[in-house]
Design a protein around this ligand. Structure first.
Ligand SMILES: Nc1ncnc2c1ncn2[C@@H]1O[C@@H]2COP(=O)(O)O[C@H]2[C@H]1O
Ligand SMILES: [Fe+2]
Length: 276
């Protein structure tokens, strides 16, 4: 396992961005259900650059590439260079991890493969791999759970944010909820002895969630491409725009966060599509 990454902050508040589910392709003109995922990702980056939120790093929470191609992972690295910040990442169900390790380990740009961030003096961020290769649902292996518990024991004085790709709370869309994290009870058992765990952050469901579960703040963030509509039994796309999330971790253990969506362009999918 990689060593921990220590991020010294000038301020007592740790600020970062989450981007998730870009679903990039090998070909620049490919689309996912009618949205060109390269164009929507570029627009998210463009509008991030226009904000004045003073973030220090970025978390990319999976489904970076849709077609396992070298080109799309390389393009992701090139595109995020404009942010001039370190980008950490975890795999989603669509990612091909051998290629993530080929291209996302830092040799080609400001990408960092560490999964444990000591963020300032008061926080740690624990990034988990919930991928089960070849299927859309998620599962945390015993190795991931043991690693999580080991880090929580090692840094008992830090507040903790847990990050994974898959969702833990129902979206009330049965087609999507079948692809959730299957062993949530194992995650809960791992976390429950540690009072300083404050939040759980994920992607995967292409929609915003800001909720609480057993005292943890649970956050999910719009994809940078297509959006899924909540509360729909059948596969249903939403007309909401691509987005990202700003997060602040405060020294008293509070998390302040907001979702932003692009405003200067409109991306609409083909609403007749029934899946991918
Ligand atoms: N019509 C559908 N019914 C069930 N699952 C689907 C459908 N279309 C796509 N999916 C899967 O659901 C997943 C949800 O988000 P992902 O981007 O991980 O990838 C999606 C596909 O793997
Ligand atoms: Fe996903």
């Amino acid at each position: 396992m990689l060593s921990s990454f220590s991020l010294n902050t000038a301020d007592s508040v740790v600020r970062f961005l989450q981007i998730t589910d870009p679903h990039l392709f090998k070909e620049e003109n490919s689309d996912l259900l009618g949205i060109n995922t390269l164009e929507s990702f570029k627009q998210v980056l463009t509008e991030i650059l226009q904000q004045d939120f003073p973030y220090e790093f970025v978390l990319a929470t999976g489904d970076i590439v849709q077609d396992s191609s070298d080109e799309a992972y390389q393009r992701f690295v090139q595109l995020v260079q404009c942010l001039e910040k370190t980008v950490f990442w975890i795999p989603g169900n669509h990612d091909f991890q051998p290629k993530m390790f080929d291209y996302l380990t830092g040799q080609y740009g400001n990408i960092n493969p560490n999964k444990h961030i000591l963020a300032g003096e008061h926080w740690q961020i624990l990034m988990l791999d919930s991928q089960v290769f070849g299927v859309p649902h998620g599962q945390l292996s015993q190795y991931q759970l043991d690693w999580l518990v080991a880090k929580l024991k090692e840094y008992p004085n830090r507040y903790s944010l847990v990050v994974l790709h898959h969702h833990i709370l129902p979206t009330h869309s049965s087609w999507l909820d079948q692809h959730n994290l299957r062993n949530l009870h194992d995650l809960m058992e791992a976390l429950s002895p540690f009072e300083k765990v404050k939040g759980i952050l994920h992607g995967h469901i292409h929609q915003q969630v800001d909720d609480y579960w057993h005292g943890y703040k649970v956050m999910s963030t719009p994809s940078t491409c297509i959006q899924f509509k909540p509360d729909c039994h059948q596969f249903t796309l939403d007309n909401l725009q691509p987005g990202w999330r700003e997060i602040e971790l405060h020294a008293d253990g509070n998390i302040y966060t907001q979702v932003k969506r692009i405003q200067q362009k409109t991306f609409l999918p083909n609403f007749k599509e029934e899946g991918y």
